[in-house]
Design a protein around this ligand. Structure first.
Ligand code: DGL
Length: 279
């Protein structure tokens, strides 16, 4: 019996961790996960055929997210990271078909509540995430008297996909979206869309150094580390670099170039690219 359990654990250990987003944004989360767990195998799914999610209705976002999760489960993953805030507002499960599910809003909200000193927090996100109100709700769970100001910045997503991360046009658009928040004396701003960390420098230029910019990638990796320790799922600790497969629902050279560039710091072997259908 004991040896059977051992064999089962051994078999789960080698399964990949599945990560998904609508496009390039989730790569910012994947990067932190690979940095923290270099020996794990990862499968990333970018639903590029249906991007953006931020302009879709809650029902559509949930339907797309469930299809993405089913696809990752069909690839036998041991856990799923919903590396998309918009999708995270519609996925309430912490387990789905016996697979642990991690969202990016819980760790982001907690990190922001811990970071603020004056309790004035801005949340920058997609229209769908702002409309769902999840950040306000979850920040207030940690800090009931926090003042939360939400701002939708939909044009940040195509700018991130285009690779215009540090560009005069991006600076201008960031200024247009964020100038009103400047007068509200916020000391913390949540990058509540996984695409936005790519535009960090443009956002920081508007807010200045005294505003802490929070992204959830690192905090999420910490959460996974805790769950590995608590044995929610087994961790691969063999000292060999894990594999990485990047699946896209619509192939694109731009995505391939950009993702390779963003991940270059943390990967030493060439990832595999696949075009897949999740429907
Ligand atoms: N990166 C996603 C998020 O965190 C969604 C961007 C989009 O597709 O609109 O919300």
């Amino acid at each position: 019996m004991e040896s059977m359990n051992h064999e089962l654990t051994e078999c789960i250990i080698n399964r990949a961790i599945g990560v998904f987003d609508s496009g390039i944004g989730g790569i910012t989360v994947l990067k932190e996960l690979i940095r923290k767990f270099p020996f794990e195998n990862f499968i990333y799914l970018g639903d590029t055929a249906r991007l953006p999610y931020g302009s879709k209705s809650p029902d559509t976002v949930r339907q797309y997210s469930l299809q993405n999760m089913d696809f990752l489960i069909s690839r036998n993953v041991k856990a799923i990271v919903v590396a998309c805030n918009t999708a995270s507002t519609q996925i309430f499960e912490t387990d789905y078909k016996n697979t642990p599910i991690y969202n990016v809003i819980d760790p982001g909200a907690k990190k922001a509540a811990l970071a603020t000193e004056n309790k004035k927090i801005a949340v920058l996100a997609t229209r769908a995430t702002v409309a769902a109100g999840s950040y306000t709700l979850k920040i207030k769970l940690h800090l009931p008297d926090a003042e939360v100001f939400s701002q939708a910045c939909p044009l940040f997503v195509p700018l991130a996909e285009e690779g215009w991360h540090d560009d005069p046009i991006t600076n201008l658009i960031a200024f247009r979206y964020l100038q009103n928040l400047k007068s509200l004396d916020i000391d913390t701003a949540v990058l509540g869309c996984t695409h936005y960390p790519l535009l960090k420098s443009a956002i920081a230029k508007v807010f200045g150094n005294h505003v802490a910019l929070i992204d959830s990638g690192e905090a999420l990796a910490e959460e996974l580390a805790i769950d590995f320790e608590r044995s929610r799922m087994p961790q691969k600790t063999l000292f060999e670099h894990g594999s990485l497969t990047l699946c896209l629902t619509d192939a694109g050279q731009q995505f391939e170039n950009l993702s390779l560039n963003l991940l270059s710091e943390v990967i030493s072997i060439q990832p595999q690219f696949e075009t897949v259908s999740v429907i």
